[in-house]
Write a protein that binds this ligand. Structure first.
Ligand SMILES: C[S@@+](CC[C@H](N)C(=O)[O-])C[C@H]1O[C@@H](n2cnc3c(N)ncnc32)[C@H](O)[C@@H]1O
Length: 459
């Protein structure tokens, strides 16, 4: 029997060490490796040397298999035709210098890809004839005639897979066809992710790009709106969250809640509804800290997540707190008159709680207050049960009614406090400890203010 592979003790026709270097194999430690047409087992031996967890070589030649077993007792070898491939999944499958022996070459590639794990790779080393046409060319070799594909033909054969030309393989004396190495994997559906914040032009970008390529665009806002109306299937937990909190004006708050309550999987399922297994572009704002989670969930569903990242064009809107601060400063400057100091306030420290209710699971307290300088205090304290919460960030509101009543130079004395207190789900749970304090010590309310529950009149 002719010697094909080359070992230190046996020089064969093939430059096996050079071929090994040309294959661009991934790291094999812990991997399951199959060599189809393994010959004397050189590549199986290398996989074992690298610490592969499972190494199997198959070859139709009993003589080669016997030699392989002797050389590499730590590997498994089977005398087997590739028309009966093992019923297992492998991380790496090698088919080197053997495809041309197959009666149906595309069918052998397909059968091998079917035996790959989801992330597995088929390393194909094959001869490719030089031609611009998509053709199989019959090539006369020393002992026989075999069919070799041109590159355009290989492209057609591999169109349904993800694949990459890795480079030329060894050049061997007398080779009639140049050899190449190609890595082939399952083609996974792609999820193009457009998750930038509002105002980045996600929807324009998505609609300008993907429909032309036949890729469906999923609008995250629309998917949530349909689920909230019961027009898209949503699990019980998602439905109840949407029933309680969905508002078309606060979709970002709803999305944040979904992540807080560990329901990102429900969100991904909602996006993929009706598109599972297809390429899809997802146009949905997701806070940056959750992008990794979304990619992980999509990968688990067999998708290749492709994250699109770009800079916004045009000036960004001011942050809400800065707008509020600037707008209020401007408004007070109007009351004072250009350059003039506001007239000193001589009235009492005063204020009132007009209304207490629940909003998005938070306690909302609305009213008005003025400090000794005639301005809205900068800080409020709210006592709920035994806890006192200090609130510095709150919405300031105009109260012309209070301005008129007290003869103030401006109307910026209204407040709306939003209090995050997870223990309180309804205003009925407030008790006698409840207290709202304006500034350092002006108590606006102490005990449950029944006049304000469910909307009270303002004074
Ligand atoms: C040219 S050698 C290549 C050997 C090895 N893959 C390498 O590159 O060093 C082709 C190998 O494929 C094996 N072979 C050919 N037809 C086969 C088939 N139908 N099933 C399994 N092995 C086959 C041969 O016995 C031979 O060992």
């Amino acid at each position: 029997m002719a010697q094909y592979q080359t070992f230190p003790d046996a020089v064969g026709d093939s430059l096996t060490l050079d071929k090994l270097k040309a294959l661009h194999l991934p790291e094999l430690a812990g991997k399951a490796f199959l060599d189809v047409g393994c010959n004397e087992g050189f590549f199986c031996g290398f996989a074992h040397f690298q610490g592969a967890g499972r190494v199997l070589g198959i070859d139709q030649s009993a003589a080669f298999v016997e030699r392989a077993r002797k050389r590499f007792p730590g590997c498994e070898f089977r005398e087997q035709d590739w028309s009966h491939l093992p019923d297992e999944r492998f991380d790496v499958i090698l088919l080197a210098s053997a495809l041309h022996y197959a009666d149906d070459q595309p069918a052998l590639i397909q059968a091998l890809v079917e035996r790959l794990t989801d992330d597995g790779v088929l390393v194909l080393e094959l001869g490719i004839v030089s031609s611009r046409k998509a053709e199989w060319r019959r090539v006369k070799r020393g002992i026989d005639h075999r069919l070799f594909p041109s590159m355009p033909m290989l492209r057609q054969v591999l169109a349904g897979y993800a694949w990459k030309w890795m480079g030329p393989s060894v050049v061997q004396a007398g080779d009639p066809v140049p050899r190449h190495v190609v890595h082939v994997s399952r083609r996974r559906p792609v999820a193009y992710l457009l998750m930038q914040p509002p105002g980045y032009g996600k929807s324009s970008l998505a609609s300008g790009l993907f429909p032309k390529a036949g890729v469906a665009v999923v609008s995250g806002d629309q998917a949530l709106s349909l689920a909230a109306k019961g027009k898209a299937p949503a699990g019980a937990a998602l439905k109840s969250l949407l029933d309680a909190h969905y508002s078309p004006y606060r979709i970002d708050a709803v999305v944040r809640r979904l992540f807080e309550q560990d329901m990102a999987g429900d969100l991904v399922a909602l996006w993929l509804e009706g598109h599972e297994g297809e390429d899809v572009a997802i146009d949905a704002y997701v806070p940056a800290e959750h992008h990794g989670k979304i990619a992980q969930l999509l990968r688990a569903r067999g998708y290749l997540p492709v994250h699109l990242d770009w800079q916004r064009s045009g000036p960004a809107p001011m942050p809400a707190a800065r707008v509020a601060e600037q707008a209020e400063a401007f408004y007070l400057s109007l009351a004072a008159g250009e350059g003039a100091a506001p007239p000193p306030y001589r009235g009492p420290v005063a204020g009132h709680v007009d209304e207490i209710g629940m909003e998005d699971g938070r306690l909302s307290i609305r009213g008005w207050a003025i400090d000794e300088a005639g301005a809205l205090p900068r800080v409020f304290s709210v006592r709920i049960g035994r806890r006192t919460l200090r609130i510095e960030a709150f919405e300031r509101q105009l109260r012309p009614d209070v301005q008129r009543h007290l003869g103030l130079p401006h109307a910026l004395v209204g407040y709306r406090l939003l209090v995050d207190e997870p223990g309180i789900a309804s205003t009925a749970e407030l008790d006698r400890h409840f207290q709202v304090v304006a500034g350092k010590s002006h108590v606006l309310v102490s005990g449950v203010p029944t006049h304000a529950l469910g909307g009270g009149a303002s004074r």
